[in-house]
Design a protein around this ligand. Structure first.
Ligand SMILES: [Zn+2]
Length: 256
Protein backbone atom coordinates (compact mmCIF):
# COMPACT_ATOMS: atom_id res chain seq x y z
CA UNK A 1 0.00 0.00 0.00
CA UNK A 2 1.29 3.42 -0.93
CA UNK A 3 1.76 5.95 1.82
CA UNK A 4 0.11 9.37 1.88
CA UNK A 5 2.31 11.91 0.15
CA UNK A 6 1.88 14.59 2.84
CA UNK A 7 5.21 15.03 4.64
CA UNK A 8 5.25 13.24 7.98
CA UNK A 9 1.89 11.52 7.44
CA UNK A 10 1.98 7.81 8.26
CA UNK A 11 -1.44 6.91 6.82
CA UNK A 12 -1.87 4.88 3.66
CA UNK A 13 -3.04 6.62 0.50
CA UNK A 14 -6.71 6.20 -0.34
CA UNK A 15 -7.52 4.17 -3.46
CA UNK A 16 -5.47 5.42 -6.39
CA UNK A 17 -5.02 8.92 -4.93
CA UNK A 18 -1.73 10.16 -3.51
CA UNK A 19 -3.33 11.19 -0.23
CA UNK A 20 -4.86 9.58 2.83
CA UNK A 21 -8.53 10.29 3.53
CA UNK A 22 -7.67 13.32 5.71
CA UNK A 23 -5.19 14.95 3.36
CA UNK A 24 -7.37 14.28 0.33
CA UNK A 25 -8.94 17.48 -1.00
CA UNK A 26 -12.62 18.12 -0.31
CA UNK A 27 -14.91 16.54 -2.89
CA UNK A 28 -17.14 18.87 -4.88
CA UNK A 29 -20.78 18.75 -3.88
CA UNK A 30 -21.80 17.28 -7.24
CA UNK A 31 -19.14 14.56 -6.99
CA UNK A 32 -20.91 11.15 -6.87
CA UNK A 33 -18.49 10.21 -4.07
CA UNK A 34 -19.21 13.38 -2.06
CA UNK A 35 -21.19 11.72 0.75
CA UNK A 36 -18.88 8.74 1.00
CA UNK A 37 -15.71 10.88 1.20
CA UNK A 38 -17.29 13.30 3.67
CA UNK A 39 -18.45 10.45 5.91
CA UNK A 40 -15.04 8.77 5.74
CA UNK A 41 -13.30 12.03 6.64
CA UNK A 42 -15.65 12.60 9.58
CA UNK A 43 -15.24 9.04 10.86
CA UNK A 44 -11.45 9.12 10.58
CA UNK A 45 -11.30 12.51 12.32
CA UNK A 46 -13.38 11.15 15.20
CA UNK A 47 -11.35 7.95 15.52
CA UNK A 48 -8.07 9.84 15.50
CA UNK A 49 -9.24 12.25 18.22
CA UNK A 50 -10.65 9.43 20.35
CA UNK A 51 -7.30 7.61 19.98
CA UNK A 52 -5.54 10.68 21.40
CA UNK A 53 -3.79 11.55 18.14
CA UNK A 54 -4.25 15.28 17.56
CA UNK A 55 -1.86 15.73 14.65
CA UNK A 56 -4.02 17.12 11.85
CA UNK A 57 -1.39 19.21 10.12
CA UNK A 58 -2.41 20.10 6.56
CA UNK A 59 -5.61 18.04 6.63
CA UNK A 60 -8.93 18.88 4.97
CA UNK A 61 -11.65 18.01 7.44
CA UNK A 62 -15.26 18.82 8.30
CA UNK A 63 -15.03 19.91 11.91
CA UNK A 64 -13.35 18.99 15.16
CA UNK A 65 -14.84 18.29 18.55
CA UNK A 66 -12.15 17.54 21.13
CA UNK A 67 -14.04 19.01 24.08
CA UNK A 68 -13.47 17.63 27.58
CA UNK A 69 -10.46 15.61 26.44
CA UNK A 70 -7.09 15.40 28.10
CA UNK A 71 -4.29 15.52 25.57
CA UNK A 72 -1.08 14.13 27.06
CA UNK A 73 2.30 15.80 26.93
CA UNK A 74 3.63 13.66 24.05
CA UNK A 75 0.75 14.77 21.80
CA UNK A 76 0.51 18.41 20.74
CA UNK A 77 -2.68 19.56 19.12
CA UNK A 78 -1.38 20.33 15.63
CA UNK A 79 -3.75 21.81 13.07
CA UNK A 80 -1.15 23.86 11.24
CA UNK A 81 -2.38 24.73 7.71
CA UNK A 82 -5.45 22.51 8.14
CA UNK A 83 -8.69 23.50 6.38
CA UNK A 84 -11.73 22.88 8.51
CA UNK A 85 -15.13 23.23 6.84
CA UNK A 86 -17.10 23.56 10.03
CA UNK A 87 -16.35 24.44 13.61
CA UNK A 88 -13.60 23.64 16.07
CA UNK A 89 -14.41 22.83 19.68
CA UNK A 90 -11.83 22.36 22.43
CA UNK A 91 -14.10 23.37 25.30
CA UNK A 92 -12.57 22.52 28.68
CA UNK A 93 -9.92 20.46 26.91
CA UNK A 94 -6.56 19.99 28.62
CA UNK A 95 -3.66 20.27 26.23
CA UNK A 96 -0.40 19.76 28.09
CA UNK A 97 1.75 21.32 25.38
CA UNK A 98 0.99 23.66 22.47
CA UNK A 99 -2.14 24.26 20.44
CA UNK A 100 -0.77 24.91 16.93
CA UNK A 101 -3.21 26.36 14.41
CA UNK A 102 -0.80 28.48 12.34
CA UNK A 103 -2.32 29.16 8.93
CA UNK A 104 -5.38 27.03 9.69
CA UNK A 105 -8.64 27.96 7.99
CA UNK A 106 -11.68 27.40 10.13
CA UNK A 107 -14.96 28.11 8.35
CA UNK A 108 -17.16 28.64 11.42
CA UNK A 109 -16.55 29.22 15.15
CA UNK A 110 -13.51 28.15 17.16
CA UNK A 111 -14.21 27.61 20.83
CA UNK A 112 -11.55 26.97 23.44
CA UNK A 113 -13.70 28.17 26.34
CA UNK A 114 -12.33 26.91 29.64
CA UNK A 115 -9.51 25.01 27.94
CA UNK A 116 -6.07 24.60 29.51
CA UNK A 117 -3.11 24.91 27.20
CA UNK A 118 0.17 24.21 29.00
CA UNK A 119 2.38 25.67 26.26
CA UNK A 120 1.61 28.26 23.63
CA UNK A 121 -1.54 28.99 21.66
CA UNK A 122 -0.31 29.55 18.13
CA UNK A 123 -2.80 31.02 15.67
CA UNK A 124 -0.55 33.17 13.47
CA UNK A 125 -2.25 33.80 10.12
CA UNK A 126 -5.14 31.54 11.07
CA UNK A 127 -8.56 32.42 9.63
CA UNK A 128 -11.64 31.89 11.73
CA UNK A 129 -14.84 32.65 9.82
CA UNK A 130 -17.02 32.91 12.91
CA UNK A 131 -16.28 33.77 16.53
CA UNK A 132 -13.12 32.95 18.46
CA UNK A 133 -14.15 32.03 21.98
CA UNK A 134 -11.33 31.76 24.50
CA UNK A 135 -13.24 32.85 27.58
CA UNK A 136 -11.66 31.50 30.76
CA UNK A 137 -8.86 29.79 28.85
CA UNK A 138 -5.57 29.17 30.66
CA UNK A 139 -2.53 29.45 28.44
CA UNK A 140 0.81 28.71 30.11
CA UNK A 141 2.95 30.46 27.50
CA UNK A 142 2.23 33.07 24.87
CA UNK A 143 -0.88 33.62 22.78
CA UNK A 144 0.12 34.21 19.15
CA UNK A 145 -2.58 35.63 16.88
CA UNK A 146 -0.42 37.81 14.64
CA UNK A 147 -2.03 38.44 11.25
CA UNK A 148 -4.95 36.18 12.18
CA UNK A 149 -8.40 36.98 10.73
CA UNK A 150 -11.44 36.48 12.90
CA UNK A 151 -14.76 37.14 11.17
CA UNK A 152 -16.88 37.49 14.32
CA UNK A 153 -15.90 38.52 17.82
CA UNK A 154 -12.87 37.44 19.82
CA UNK A 155 -13.53 36.82 23.47
CA UNK A 156 -10.76 36.25 25.97
CA UNK A 157 -12.82 37.39 28.95
CA UNK A 158 -11.25 36.06 32.16
CA UNK A 159 -8.47 34.37 30.19
CA UNK A 160 -5.11 33.76 31.83
CA UNK A 161 -2.18 34.09 29.47
CA UNK A 162 1.23 33.36 31.02
CA UNK A 163 3.30 35.23 28.45
CA UNK A 164 2.64 37.94 25.88
CA UNK A 165 -0.63 38.29 24.03
CA UNK A 166 0.55 38.96 20.46
CA UNK A 167 -2.29 40.22 18.26
CA UNK A 168 -0.34 42.54 15.98
CA UNK A 169 -2.06 43.09 12.61
CA UNK A 170 -4.96 40.88 13.69
CA UNK A 171 -8.34 41.53 12.01
CA UNK A 172 -11.36 41.04 14.22
CA UNK A 173 -14.77 41.67 12.65
CA UNK A 174 -16.61 42.23 15.93
CA UNK A 175 -15.57 43.10 19.48
CA UNK A 176 -12.36 42.06 21.21
CA UNK A 177 -13.32 41.15 24.78
CA UNK A 178 -10.49 40.87 27.28
CA UNK A 179 -12.41 41.95 30.39
CA UNK A 180 -10.80 40.53 33.55
CA UNK A 181 -8.08 38.81 31.55
CA UNK A 182 -4.65 38.30 33.12
CA UNK A 183 -1.73 38.69 30.77
CA UNK A 184 1.75 37.81 32.07
CA UNK A 185 3.55 39.94 29.46
CA UNK A 186 2.57 42.62 26.94
CA UNK A 187 -0.79 43.03 25.23
CA UNK A 188 0.31 43.76 21.68
CA UNK A 189 -2.26 44.91 19.13
CA UNK A 190 -0.13 47.08 16.84
CA UNK A 191 -1.90 47.68 13.51
CA UNK A 192 -4.84 45.55 14.61
CA UNK A 193 -8.22 46.18 12.96
CA UNK A 194 -11.13 45.70 15.29
CA UNK A 195 -14.65 46.11 13.87
CA UNK A 196 -16.26 46.63 17.28
CA UNK A 197 -14.93 47.57 20.72
CA UNK A 198 -11.69 46.69 22.46
CA UNK A 199 -12.81 45.87 25.97
CA UNK A 200 -10.18 45.34 28.70
CA UNK A 201 -12.14 46.37 31.78
CA UNK A 202 -10.47 45.00 34.94
CA UNK A 203 -7.72 43.28 32.97
CA UNK A 204 -4.33 42.77 34.61
CA UNK A 205 -1.41 43.20 32.29
CA UNK A 206 2.14 42.65 33.56
CA UNK A 207 3.80 44.41 30.61
CA UNK A 208 2.88 47.13 28.10
CA UNK A 209 -0.35 47.73 26.22
CA UNK A 210 0.40 48.52 22.59
CA UNK A 211 -2.16 49.64 20.03
CA UNK A 212 0.07 51.78 17.80
CA UNK A 213 -1.52 52.33 14.35
CA UNK A 214 -4.48 50.13 15.29
CA UNK A 215 -7.98 50.86 13.97
CA UNK A 216 -10.81 50.32 16.39
CA UNK A 217 -14.33 51.09 15.18
CA UNK A 218 -15.82 51.41 18.66
CA UNK A 219 -14.46 52.27 22.13
CA UNK A 220 -11.24 51.15 23.70
CA UNK A 221 -12.02 50.53 27.38
CA UNK A 222 -9.53 49.90 30.17
CA UNK A 223 -11.59 50.93 33.22
CA UNK A 224 -10.19 49.51 36.48
CA UNK A 225 -7.43 47.71 34.56
CA UNK A 226 -3.98 47.24 36.09
CA UNK A 227 -1.20 47.80 33.61
CA UNK A 228 2.35 47.49 34.93
CA UNK A 229 4.03 48.99 31.87
CA UNK A 230 3.21 51.70 29.31
CA UNK A 231 0.10 52.25 27.26
CA UNK A 232 0.93 53.17 23.66
CA UNK A 233 -1.86 54.33 21.37
CA UNK A 234 0.25 56.42 18.98
CA UNK A 235 -1.28 56.58 15.51
CA UNK A 236 -4.30 54.55 16.53
CA UNK A 237 -7.70 55.43 15.06
CA UNK A 238 -10.45 55.00 17.58
CA UNK A 239 -14.02 55.46 16.36
CA UNK A 240 -15.47 55.71 19.88
CA UNK A 241 -13.84 56.83 23.11
CA UNK A 242 -10.66 55.79 24.91
CA UNK A 243 -11.57 55.19 28.53
CA UNK A 244 -9.02 54.57 31.28
CA UNK A 245 -11.13 55.56 34.29
CA UNK A 246 -9.87 53.96 37.47
CA UNK A 247 -7.06 52.19 35.65
CA UNK A 248 -3.66 51.86 37.31
CA UNK A 249 -0.86 52.41 34.87
CA UNK A 250 2.71 51.76 36.09
CA UNK A 251 4.37 53.40 33.08
CA UNK A 252 3.22 56.23 30.82
CA UNK A 253 -0.05 56.72 29.00
CA UNK A 254 0.64 57.77 25.40
CA UNK A 255 -2.58 58.65 23.64
CA UNK A 256 -1.09 60.27 20.56
ZN1 LIG B 1 -2.08 11.91 4.99
Amino acid sequence: MAMCRYGGCSETARGDSAWCILHLDFPKEDDPEFTRIRDEKQLKTKEKIQGGDLNFEGTNIYGVDASELSIPVQNNAIFKNATIKGRVKFERTKIEQDASFEGAKIEKNASFAGAEIGGEARFEEAEIGGDATFAGVEIGGEAWFKRAKIGGYATFAGAQIGGNACFGTVEIGGDAWFGGAEIGGDARFEEAEIGGEAWFRGAQIAGDVRFEEAEIAGDIRFEEAEIAGDVRLQGAKIGGEACFEGAEIGGTLNLV
